[in-house]
Design a protein around this ligand. Sequence first.
Ligand code: AHG
Ligand code: MN
Ligand code: MN
Length: 330
Amino acid sequence: MKEKKENVGLVERLEQLETCPELTLLVYSIMKGCQRIAGLASCPHAEDIIGDVGEVNIQGEAQKKLDVLSNQILKDAISKSGVVRALASEEEESVVECTDGAAYLVSFDPLDGSSNIDVNGSIGTIFSITSVEKSSVLNESSFLRSGRAIVSAGYVLYGASAVAAISVGKGTDLYSLNKQENTFVLSHPCIQIPPCSNEVALNMMNQRLWDDGFKAYVSDLLQGADGPRQVDFKMRWFASMVGDLHRISVRGGCFAYPRLKSSHGWKSKLRILYEAAPMAFLIEQAGGEATNGFESILDIVPGNIHQRDAVIVGSSEEVKICSSYIQGLC
Ligand code: AHG
Ligand code: MN
Ligand code: MN
């Protein structure tokens, strides 16, 4: 009879990857916070979770109760770790200082896909960690570095069960939350995203606002097997980047949120620091690609902590094809 393989927990896996103890402690602390959010997210009818708080955040978006609670849970978990100098969050206008002289900065979207909270749809958390010189002066520009400075990133999807992707720069691992033991256990080490796929995730209702290149890309997808791509495509859209990117991590695909035309010029939806860059890090570590159509997401240096950009991310060949259209090469 085969011996049952022991579950590998988060800390054990990070040790296997020779992660430094302070970074292990930080990732563990963030994931403990996420376990609390998972508990709240699994009570979708609780009246203290559902609905708006009646405030708008710095992005001008209505804050949901779970946005605010998740932000507070992660702020507490991160600052109590003692190894974080400061944090930046989607729900905070400015950076929040934590521990003087500490070695790390954390950027996060506490609750991604907020429009799904009230309907029990896919929601998640996204985070990234960079190092900071212990003696340096701390201000917003400490956070304004390209994604190449990321030392670790992760997401947690609060779906049918809670699952997570984490990378410390040595591949991307998937974990699932073991509810009995209340720990994240390794489910898929070093995932590899298939380079080709016929599944795309995009909001078709923005079509009139796309640039000509992206319109041409989607027009060719829509022609399916009868068009130049010679294959039928499927659309899959959770309206939560974490949900869509988790599906793509597991079986490939291309997520695209291109820039949109507005009366004030081009506008993008997703924020570089705590949405696009951590996801780009995770997807590149899994063999995929991430671009704004012109340059790699990980090479972009944001001008402020809430700056937005276009995002095309997922299976490497499909991301390349989409970029070629955006650049007018197809
Ligand atoms: P958030 O809830 O953190 O503001 O982010 C939501 C983002 C992203 O997760 C999703 O892909 C996109 O917004 C959905 O946008 P639409 O409004 O176009 O559906
Ligand atoms: Mn988000
Ligand atoms: Mn959010």
